[in-house]
Design a protein around this ligand. Structure first.
Ligand code: PEP
Length: 247
């Protein structure tokens, strides 16, 4: 039985004072028994959020990292830096990073490998555009993204990865996928994992849905057999996150 995992992706929101304020308004309402709960916050908020969640079972996450440990990469943050301050999860390959910052399946793969080597759990994002959905190539697109991102990842490491299926047309648009649409792709992702790593890995690897999830839509989505929780943007910045987590 896979434990659900619900992660908030704050994106580029909340300075470090606002971050503590938000955690303080959320933390007593959040049930961490049923699901693993993660907050993926801006880098500059990591330390203050770490302090704010220290008496809870909420885990700390980052939203990106570089694939090298250190060096001349101005503006970047490495996996050992994140690990050192208590980060447990890292979002990799988010569609906003692919669209605006030139991330490719190849760089995402390097980051996934580095995260796993550094004892960080990748939340690997995949998903099709509206055009790809309308062309009926969603499954091919997602299959390729998953396979390329996990190239050279061992069976043991693959078990630790969390995959977030995030249709691009549903992110930040208020247009949530139906539970059937989300389940269909999450199931396909599990099939790809089974083809690559076998049933043992496919049975334990957790697959989230992300894209305009709210407290009202979480319940039906997270109760689908192949959806093991969610990656939540907008709703993670307000009290609605409690309703999402306690779906
Ligand atoms: C996201 O940022 O990963 C996301 C799913 O955002 P939203 O919930 O706002 O669509």
């Amino acid at each position: 039985m896979r434990k659900k995992i619900i992660a908030g992706n704050w994106k580029m929101n909340k300075n470090h004072n606002e971050a503590v304020e938000l955690i303080n308004s959320l933390k007593s309402g959040i049930d961490t028994d049923k699901s693993d709960v993660v907050v993926c916050v801006p880098y500059v908020d990591l330390l203050s959020v770490k302090e704010a969640i220290k008496d809870t079972n909420i885990s700390l996450g980052a939203q990106n990292m570089h694939f090298e440990d250190a060096g001349a990469y101005t503006g970047e943050i490495s996996a050992p830096m994140l690990k050192e301050i208590g980060v447990k999860y890292v979002v990799l390959g988010h569609s906003e990073r692919r669209a605006y910052f030139g991330e490719t399946d190849e760089t995402v793969n390097k980051k996934v490998i580095k995260a796993l080597q550094s004892d960080l759990i990748p939340i690997l994002c995949v998903g099709e555009s509206l055009e790809e959905r309308e062309l009926n190539i969603t499954m091919e697109v997602v299959r390729i993204q998953v396979k390329k991102a996990l190239a050279n990842v061992s069976k043991e490491d693959a078990k630790k990865v969390v995959i977030a299926y995030e249709p691009i047309w549903a992110i930040g648009t208020g247009k949530v996928a139906t539970k059937e649409q989300a389940e269909e792709v999450c199931k396909e992702i599990r099939t790809v994992i089974e083809e690559c790593y076998g049933k043992e890995v496919a049975d334990v690897l957790r697959i989230q849905y992300g894209g305009s999830v709210t407290g009202d839509s979480a319940n039906e989505l997270f109760n689908m057999p192949n959806i093991d929780g969610g990656l939540v943007g907008g709703a993670s910045l307000k009290d609605d996150f409690i309703k999402v987590v306690n779906y």
